[in-house]
Design a protein around this ligand. Structure first.
Ligand SMILES: Cc1cc2nc3c(=O)[nH]c(=O)nc-3n(C[C@H](O)[C@H](O)[C@H](O)COP(=O)(O)O)c2cc1C
Length: 197
């Protein structure tokens, strides 16, 4: 953890990356937050996400974990994030696999990522998930409905066009901007309909 994480003035955000396609979205979010001096990031990466980072992106795991202020072993269920007494502003699971959706919907917290999300819910803090699968089964949809009814903000990584993206990077960044907006974090260059277009 660098000195940035020691200041109590920073707002803490938990970032979980689980094993769905779209690992680059989590990486972009972490890159944006690293440039924001007001926020401190606490990162958990599942084994599935590790595999997908290697398969889908040009990043080494260490490059990704270095983007966070603090990185946790997913097996460490005794970490601070496992307790509601550890204060955070909320959590983002980006991307979020259907297995992690199911674990969360069932209250089955068998790793630190699921436990931190469960804690976020029980403490009535903001939990945003970017579930990714296609097509979606009835089981997936039921689990996501359960989560939505429990207050989880479900923001599937759907492509957007109104901001006239010139590249996939543009689309990914816009999506990250939408996620951060939910926590009142302004992403530099974020295009709002009716304002900058
Ligand atoms: C290359 C690759 C892509 C995958 N894409 C998805 C996906 O988009 N959505 C999903 O729900 N699972 C996907 N999976 C399967 C999950 O990674 C798997 O179910 C895993 O057990 C999820 O565990 P986790 O939620 O703890 O990461 C993918 C697996 C691999 C290897």
């Amino acid at each position: 953890m660098d000195s940035k994480a020691n200041s109590p003035a920073k707002k803490r955000l938990v970032i979980g990356m689980s094993g769905a396609s779209g690992a680059v979205l989590g990486i972009i979010l972490l890159q944006i937050l690293k440039e924001n001096p007001q926020w401190e990031t606490h990162l958990i990466i599942s084994g599935g996400a590790e595999q997908i980072i290697a398969q889908e992106t040009g990043y080494h795991l260490k490059e990704v974990t270095n983007l966070a202020d603090k990185f946790y072993d997913i097996k460490n269920i005794g970490a601070g994030l496992a307790s509601g007494t550890f204060k955070t502003e909320g959590m983002i699971i980006i991307p979020c696999s259907m297995k992690t959706v199911a674990g969360l919907a069932g209250g089955y917290s068998d790793n630190l990522l699921l436990r931190a999300a469960d804690v976020t819910l029980k403490e009535r803090r903001k939990l945003v998930i970017l579930p990714r699968e296609t097509p979606l089964s009835v089981i997936h949809l039921r689990n996501m409905l359960t989560l939505a009814q429990s207050g989880v903000i479900t923001l599937p990584p759907m492509v957007t066009y109104y901001h006239q993206p010139q590249s996939i990077e543009d689309m990914n960044r816009h999506l990250a901007g939408k996620v951060l907006d939910l926590f009142g974090i302004e992403m530099p260059g974020f295009k709002r309909w009716g304002e900058t277009l």
